[in-house]
Design a protein around this ligand. Structure first.
Ligand code: CP
Length: 308
């Protein structure tokens, strides 16, 4: 069976735990090495990843390419607009053609149906590098960051402030798989996907939605914020007004536990979803989180190739 990684549940809780352990081990083994030097065991020697972007990216683009280099493989990066895909060639044909050239395909696109269509027609693993529905690669990096900073996942209280977007959907999915609770502070009309919430609750996670930001943040181990206006979204001014009570400032951080961490997947808009005092303050671990995109994705790649 070809292993695709379109959502965290494609791997499941045990595999995610294995990815986190692998990422911690591999990160320690190459500490201090030049970043382009391959890992000693080169587990993906000779493997090539096609990376297709319909939307902008800094972290995903660089971290996946460096991940392939460090695993001993390589990557081919293309913007969808420069491919025939951007001129109407079907996802199905693209999937079948690329499967003849490369060993795995990574796609960042708007519609989640595009990654599903790619996976249906590809004979190699397909990885979701962000859709409007979910961002599973980001959340493996977030979990790695949380664990690295000494917090166990089972029983963790994570508070999300702001828009119920694709990143939050994947956090909620992770909660059901890894047994932690999510307290969502968001205005009416911006709740995350009901399907993800229902499955997480079935998995044993407590998922609560609060219209009061302080109530959501109270006693949290982790506070997470994200940009209020996602890539390609319209209607900015009305949404910004709706979101403004959910800005993470020092007072809101003060509602969380004294040792709470602040996470943000970046890019950030200082003064909007978070104040500079918080995102650049002592509880913020945003650059560890960004670095961990690289280490987490190496383990996701190893998983899709059946090595974990
Ligand atoms: N967090 C994240 O996915 O960053 P990029 O959009 O820069 O890839």
């Amino acid at each position: 069976m070809t292993r695709h990684f379109l959502n965290l549940s494609d791997a499941g809780g045990d595999a995610i735990a294995a990815m986190l352990a692998d990422a911690i081990d591999r990160k320690a083994l190459r500490k201090g090495w030049p970043k382009g030097k391959p890992d000693a065991d080169r587990p993906l020697d000779g493997h090539v990843l096609a990376m297709i972007f319909e939307k902008s990216s800094t972290r995903t683009r660089f971290s996946f390419e460096m991940a392939m280099r460090q695993l001993g493989g390589s990557a081919i990066v293309a913007d969808a607009g420069s491919m025939q895909l951007g001129r109407g060639e079907t996802v199905a044909d693209t999937a079948q053609v690329l499967s003849r050239y490369v060993d795995a395909i990574m796609l960042r696109t708007d519609g989640h149906d595009n990654v599903e269509e790619m996976a249906r027609h590809a004979s190699v693993p397909v990885i979701n590098a962000l859709t409007d529905l979910s961002h599973p690669c980001q959340i493996v990096a977030d979990l790695l960051t949380i664990v690295e900073h000494g917090k166990a996942l089972p029983g963790l209280q994570l508070a999300w402030l702001g828009d119920g977007n694709n990143v939050l959907n994947s956090i909620v999915e992770a909660a059901g798989l890894m047994q932690f609770d999510v307290r969502i502070g968001c205005p009416e009309g911006y709740d995350p996907d009901e399907g993800f919430i229902g499955r997480a609750r079935q998995g044993g996670a407590k998922i609560s939605i609060h219209r009061d930001a302080a109530e959501a943040a109270a006693g949290a181990d982790i506070i997470v914020a994200d940009t209020w206006i996602s890539m390609g979204q319209e209607g900015g001014e009305a949404k910004m007004a709706d979101m403004s009570p959910y800005q993470v400032d020092a007072a809101l951080m003060g509602q969380a536990k004294p040792d709470a961490l602040f996470l943000h997947c970046l890019p950030a808009h200082r003064g909007e979803e978070v104040t500079p005092a918080v995102i650049d303050g002592p509880q913020s671990v945003i650059f560890d989180e960004a670095e961990n995109r690289l280490h987490a994705q190496k383990s996701i790649l190893r998983w899709v190739f059946g090595q974990l």
